[in-house]
Design a protein around this ligand. Structure first.
Ligand code: FAD
Length: 441
């Protein structure tokens, strides 16, 4: 018999429940990826990462005797066509949470019904399945992180799925070509794929995981795992990662993985998380200031710590979490610009950009989401002095300020006039010229 596994954002062999289930259901397995034109234009960075991940997955599957079958078009139509062409009796798939993904699942279920093909949805994108943990007092999802973390930590995690050691494609299936590798936008984006993910993981486990608790907010130290793009595309199993981290007593790191799950269970219940505020009353009158928005996007606000973060985003397709918090708070709480503009800009550039984490975190920062202190403000200068005390992070990403030593780099407007005039760097945005703005928070 034959089974099709429709791969989406679970591009790995290790602990892949949908793949393992297809192997258990049938002796011939078609690992299928459908390039969906609807998603193609969203982010050149992510498209490149995806294509690298697919090429790597194909190599790994070929080593086991199988292949990656690639098609292009509507994922539902192509999956059904592939299943019918190969006389498959089962289709397996990792269950996802975004509105788009869930509509795709519903349409697929409908077509499978029509063609008498069994459809199996499996876990695999998170540690705990979204929707399986429910708050005690009722409700569809946890709205506050700490109780969710408590319940998540106490829950029994599913057993890891066995990776296949051999695969057989049905006769006569043409694998299809992977399109030429598209260009990304960020020159220093990391490379996609399970092989690159495992390399990064090994280095992280060897050198940095022990110090994570103390160092994860240190901007120049750059001591977080940088595994988020691999988790986003499923090149790495979140469950395997959580288990490994737990076995190393790295609970602070495990807690961050729980934040990821937290937003998945929120997104499952709120499919319009990217556009609709979780707390509509807090969705205040945002300012529409295209000029300020463009300065923020270009890393030219004149506030060095903000500009450094925004330029890291463009340069690497990734930004340190502390810088994401500072830049997002600056846009929403200082400039008063709608969080949706921030969601869209990050979504274009981030290799790890996804609806639950991007929109969930933006709403948290803007105060429209799950923050228990929605009115908190981040003073960017205080943040800079605390998390980049010597200005190393700023000088790394804002070369115009390279000549300014130490913490003085955070407030170039305080430099003596001749020195200030010699800089090819803007003064703070009009609305921020007054230093009182910084001191108010
Ligand atoms: P580490 O510190 O090594 O953490 C390990 C893993 O835990 C991460 O890879 C990630 O999967 C998870 N994690 C850590 N922090 C968070 C968090 N706050 N929320 C959810 N998961 C977390 N993360 C994304 O994966 N995709 C996004 O689109 C995204 N957008 C964000 C937007 C804003 C405005 C903010 C403030 C945060 C956003 N984050 C997003 C969360 C976080 O910044 C990144 O996950 C983290 O910086 C990734 O780097 P890392 O892998 O080195 O993290």
């Amino acid at each position: 018999s034959t089974a099709v596994v429709l791969l989406t954002r679970d591009l790995r062999l290790d602990d892949n429940p949908a793949l393992a289930a297809a192997c258990a259901a049938a002796d011939r397995v078609v690992p299928l990826y459908v390039l969906d034109p609807t998603l193609a234009g969203l982010s050149p960075n992510r498209t490149r990462f995806l294509h690298q991940s697919l090429a790597d997955l194909r190599d790994r599957l070929r080593k086991l005797g199988g292949d990656l079958v690639v098609r292009e078009g509507d994922p539902v139509a192509e999956t059904i066509r592939t299943a019918r062409d190969t006389c498959a009796t089962t289709i397996t798939l990792a269950a996802d949470v975004s509105g788009y993904a869930r509509r795709r699942e519903r349409r697929l279920a409908h077509e499978c019904d029509r063609h008498r093909i069994a459809l199996e949805l499996h876990a695999g994108l998170t540690v705990a399945e979204p929707g399986t943990l429910r708050p005690g007092g009722g409700g569809d999802c946890y709205k506050v992180f700490t109780p969710y973390y408590r319940s998540w930590s106490a829950a029994r995690w599913r057993p890891a799925a066995t990776a296949p050691d051999r695969l057989t494609l049905p006769d006569g299936v043409t694998p299809g070509d992977l399109p030429a590798l598209p260009a990304g936008e960020s020159p220093h984006a990391c490379e996609g794929g399970e092989t690159a993910a495992r390399r990064r993981l090994t280095a992280w486990l060897r050198h940095d995981i022990e110090g994570y608790d103390d160092a994860h907010d240190d901007l120049p130290g750059d001591a977080t795992s940088r595994l988020s793009p691999y988790l986003r595309w499923g090149c790495l199993s979140p469950l395997s990662l959580a288990r490994t981290a737990r076995s190393r007593d790295a609970e602070a790191f495990v807690r961050q993985l729980c934040w990821r799950d937290f937003y998945y269970q929120v997104a499952r219940v709120h499919p319009k998380l990217s556009t609709e505020a979780l707390r509509p009353a807090a969705d205040r009158d945002w300012r529409y200031d295209t000029d300020a928005l463009e300065h923020w996007q270009d890393g030219l606000t004149g506030v060095p710590i903000v500009d450094a973060g925004m330029r890291q985003l463009r340069d690497e397709g990734w930004m340190h979490n502390r810088a994401r918090l500072i830049t997002a708070a600056f846009l929403t709480k200082h400039l008063g610009i709608d969080w949706r503009s921030g969601v869209a800009w990050f979504f274009r550039w981030l290799l790890d950009g996804d609806v639950p984490n991007n929109s969930g975190n933006w709403q948290w920062t803007a105060g429209t989401g799950n923050d228990t202190r929605p009115y908190r403000r981040f003073n960017p200068i205080r943040q800079a002095l605390r998390f980049d005390p010597e200005g190393v992070y700023v000088r790394r990403y804002v070369p115009e300020l390279k000549g300014i030593d130490g913490a003085a780099v955070h407030q170039p407007w305080r430099l003596p006039e001749p020195e200030r005039r010699g800089l090819d760097y803007p003064g703070p945005l009009e609305s921020h010229r007054d230093e009182a703005v910084w001191l108010r928070d």
